[in-house]
Design a protein around this ligand. Sequence first.
Ligand SMILES: *[C@@H]1O[C@H](CO)[C@@H](O)[C@H](O)[C@H]1NC(C)=O
Ligand SMILES: *[C@@H]1O[C@H](CO)[C@@H](O)[C@H](O)[C@H]1NC(C)=O
Ligand SMILES: *[C@@H]1O[C@H](CO)[C@@H](O)[C@H](O)[C@H]1NC(C)=O
Ligand SMILES: *[C@@H]1O[C@H](CO)[C@@H](O)[C@H](O)[C@H]1NC(C)=O
Ligand SMILES: *[C@@H]1O[C@H](CO)[C@@H](O)[C@H](O)[C@H]1NC(C)=O
Ligand SMILES: *[C@@H]1O[C@H](CO)[C@@H](O)[C@H](O)[C@H]1NC(C)=O
Ligand SMILES: *[C@@H]1O[C@H](CO)[C@@H](O)[C@H](O)[C@H]1NC(C)=O
Ligand SMILES: *[C@@H]1O[C@H](CO)[C@@H](O)[C@H](O)[C@H]1NC(C)=O
Length: 526
Amino acid sequence: MAAAAAWSSFFLVAGAARGAPASCRPQERDALLAIKQGIAEKEDLWSWQQESQDCCQWKRITCNSVTGHVMELDLSGSYLQGQISPSLLSLKHLEYLNLRSTFLCGPDGRLPEFLGSLSNLRHLDLSYLNCPGELPLQLGNLSKLEHLDLTHLYDDSRRSMGLTDISWLARLTLLVHLDMSYTNLSSIADWPLVLNMIPSLEDLRLASCSLSSANQFLQILNLTNLHHLDLSNNHFGHSIASSWFWNVTSIKYLDLSATTLDGPFPDALGNMTSLRWLLLSYMGMTYTGPKKLKDDKFSGYSYVVTEVWSVVMKRQELKYGNGFFDLVSMDLSFNSLTGGIPDDITSLNGLLNLNISWNHLSGKIPMKIGAMKSVESLDLSRNNLYGEIPSSLSDLTFLSSLDLSYNNLTGRIPPGTQLDTLYTENPSIYTGNTGLCGPPLERNCSGDNPPKHVNQKISEKFSEPVVFFYFGLGSGFMAGLWFVFCALLFKKSWRVAYFRIFDKLYDNAYVFMVVTWRRIDDKTTG
Ligand SMILES: *[C@@H]1O[C@H](CO)[C@@H](O)[C@H](O)[C@H]1NC(C)=O
Ligand SMILES: *[C@@H]1O[C@H](CO)[C@@H](O)[C@H](O)[C@H]1NC(C)=O
Ligand SMILES: *[C@@H]1O[C@H](CO)[C@@H](O)[C@H](O)[C@H]1NC(C)=O
Ligand SMILES: *[C@@H]1O[C@H](CO)[C@@H](O)[C@H](O)[C@H]1NC(C)=O
Ligand SMILES: *[C@@H]1O[C@H](CO)[C@@H](O)[C@H](O)[C@H]1NC(C)=O
Ligand SMILES: *[C@@H]1O[C@H](CO)[C@@H](O)[C@H](O)[C@H]1NC(C)=O
Ligand SMILES: *[C@@H]1O[C@H](CO)[C@@H](O)[C@H](O)[C@H]1NC(C)=O
Ligand SMILES: *[C@@H]1O[C@H](CO)[C@@H](O)[C@H](O)[C@H]1NC(C)=O
């Protein structure tokens, strides 16, 4: 008898543990059907059927498996048109709402105010939404919101929508991720002050927002958790040093491409010890229009960034362990840099990619350029560099991309298998330097004897790893982002710290191979 009871209770427990997920609540099911009612084109909602009892089985719905409450509603990318029914409010437990790329608005064609009453919402995606008019201030009532995507809002004429009031954002005190890229914020002069009221912000993306300045003064800096800041393609046109974000020392990724900021970097940059990526090129920028609507979040651009980032981070761990200030990744192309290339740059033997093309740099290429052992791509094109190409250039055994075109370089091109290979792959790397001569160019040098092939041996010695490297890296890595860890240029104390560590380093090439190998390994093992 006791045994039977024990058995039956065992089965009860086992049954509950393995039990089927709870099914849909009837009133939430009715609400979903009412929502469907308001939508004109319903093909995407074919699974939402009166006859089908368990709405947790419907497409685009996610329920809590224990309570059966609808937790997520994802209507994104469906181009659904029509009205959002207030029945949405019956989904009291809704935490995730995605209306990306839909035409679902209120009866007046605007986004309905009642969205602000979805008080449990943590994730709201309104990107590419086609509801003209200002966003309702009631959105500020979504006090549990952690993720808000307001990119590419459109107005009536399908231009980027202008917002005139974002003060309600300040009430979203748990917000971690905010993306308003391509939404016109030109009339919001005090945007940093509003955002400074959200101390939880970690990820802020305001690319192409028509922002007109970033030099607002913040008396108290609340944004101490911010690590990703994208302000690219906003025309600030003031001095870079007066920008508010330099005091945010938590920033890891800072994109200032195409921001028309000028002048020298502030000393405060030296305090940004978390910074890894600093993008400063003319370039968060070719927007390809509605074609990209259906794309996943990971565009080619962010894919490459992620890839490069993970490799760099792994390498950093191998070298230094966690937390050491190592690299700032910089693309300095298409700026108005003047003066010479600092010799110091050659000490950056952890440098991966250096793009300082399209500037006004003059002077000679540093003699010791070959010391930048791990550099993979080097673009010095479109400057006013003169003098000879240093023979140490052929020491750069990992170099897989080189561009020296359109400078004023003269003299003989240094020999080396690596350079020959690069030339074969891209014969234009020396173009526009009328004074260069010797093989592989057709132009003979006048008179002098060819220089000794001092570096030839080194190149040959390394040629096997180089081949290995080519195979390993594939094209994604090389796809056109060029970064530099050269914050050291700006701050003496950084340089000192860097050198101190570097004295103790393992052989860089070895570390690099390990990292590359791991990466391939990761790739192949999925
Ligand atoms: C929601 O926000 C509006 C305007 O911001 C406000 O008037 C209203 O009281 C709020 N409602 C609730 C329930 O908090
Ligand atoms: C943003 O709005 C301002 C003022 O309404 C307008 O002058 C500007 O052209 C807009 N920018 C874009 C990119 O549409
Ligand atoms: C943020 O800083 C401002 C000063 O710029 C201050 O007035 C405000 O109270 C702070 N807000 C929070 C949420 O800490
Ligand atoms: C950054 O902080 C320093 C001192 O803490 C202050 O003097 C400076 O004005 C701040 N810069 C900005 C842009 O807020
Ligand atoms: C760097 O940080 C230190 C310590 O927080 C501070 O005293 C100093 O003013 C900062 N330097 C700049 C230029 O902001
Ligand atoms: C190139 O360099 C030569 C001397 O090395 C100089 O005379 C000439 O002006 C330079 N040309 C340009 C375009 O800078
Ligand atoms: C370059 O020099 C070689 C001999 O060293 C000669 O045969 C060749 O014709 C010359 N080429 C040019 C373009 O002057
Ligand atoms: C360097 O930057 C320029 C301008 O942003 C770009 O056109 C060029 O392709 C980059 N260099 C390489 C090697 O990709």
